[in-house]
Design a protein. Sequence first.
Lengths: 447, 112
Amino acid sequence: MKIMVSTGHLGTAPSGRESFDRGLEARPDVIAADAGSSDPGPVYLGEDITMGLFAEEELELLLTSARRLGIPMIIGSAGDTGSNRGVDQFVEIIKANAAEHRIPKFKVGYFYSEVPHAYLLDKMARGVSIDGLDGFPALTREELERTSRVVAVAGVHPFIELLDRGADVIIGGRSGDAALFAAPAIRAGLPESLAYHMGKIIECASFCAEPFMGKETVIGTVTPDEVLVTACHPDQRCTVASVSGHAMYERANPDFEYVVGGSLDMRACRYEHHDEKTTRVTGARWSPASEIRVKLEGAKKVGERFMGIAGLRDAHLVRHVDDIVRWSRESVERMFGKDGYGLFYHVFGKNGVLKELEPVKESKAHELAVVVETVAEDAALAEKVTDYAVRMFFLARIPGVKGTAGAAATTKKAMRYLPGYVWTLNHTVPVDDPMELFSVHTTEAGV
Amino acid sequence: MATVRLVDIAKTIRSKNAGVNQVTFDIIFPDAPTYERVKRSGAFTRQAMASLFGIPPERISAFVEFDPANAVKFTILRSRPNGSPGDWDILGCQYYAPLMDLTLDTEPDAGA
């Protein structure tokens, strides 16, 4: 079974057309793509907004291609976060595209991944612990109540259920990336070990090939004995180095991959040259889990957010930037008190990216940009604190300064940004049935 | 012994989120001899990486040598989860930069 993928995150930028067309020429059995991630941060889930601005044209490309070939199209984590609204948005796009291109009638399957608060409160009331991952404490009732939205990360099960129901196009809520690619192969009776491993390797499309190029097509082929990963762009190859290197991408432990219902053990994997553009992968082992746990994601709002920018060019001020930041913060605290807002200084040119992890303590930059970021429950306060903190760069009192008309080049007005959110759920919940959190539906599209 | 910079001998040096609260670093070498040479140099330890980033060793949540890819890999816990107010590198994709200037004392290549 050949699974084609042209993008690691559908909707953020268009797929490369040349490799896409070459992928179609290889006659794939399925076209699939992951459209979401927790990487963009919690605000998209919390506010329920779509980040990617290219979803419509990407879905159109995949839909028209899949229907022309008469093969299933599978999308996971619709609308970046896999919220119910994201699923509905993608289903509507599919229907509109189908009508516009006068595609003959076909079946659209979709499933929702949002988890009602009541479900989790009920679990907790029955003494079930909802355990945190990677340093998050177990979920409390208070933290859940502050959470605006929760999604569960689906495994292969709702995808297989919808394929069984005859869906030609599947739009999934929040989904595990490896699972959405593995589902059709597992349903076809191929080994779970190879299906999941194929999914894990191709989920970011051409990131598993070299040289580095995003948004290009690769094809993962699963047979009863092996996985073959093939690059479709004329300048890319899936090499032993690129495929084995990708095996450890984005995960702390390269030896294991956990999905709903089990785990993949890759310690005995072998990566071998197959042909110029293809690497052969074998040896993964699949272990079903004794207890089924599903990952949950949730976000809570911490306030409205504004940003402002101050530029420093005077070498004396550049040298004393830490003093100016301290002056600004202390001035804000004198004016507004110490509580009721969050205030962050991003000093680009010094440690704006790495902050306290930055080993370079003495910047050689001749100018600095300081981004002031403020979060407060009340938008007016967030704006006022930002404005005042930036103005204190302009009004900084630094002994020895020669310029006396203003100590910083500043923008005039604080800029409103997306609200501040933080992750509240990065947890797992035990379930009796892997479908328990996912409701599947079908509808028709086309003419 | 020869002193080399990591950026001159590694094929790939990268960092990326591993979930919302960790950033994982991959240092991939072009071939097994280079990889083995780096491992023998002893430059990559939990303590050395903690010192480079100025963090306590407990914040390094995983440290592995991944032979199939000729790679060294370690993971740190973030100071705040990705996308929280105050976090700028939401993907963690620029955290790797300090590794580039790391110097290693290694024995010369066999036959060199």
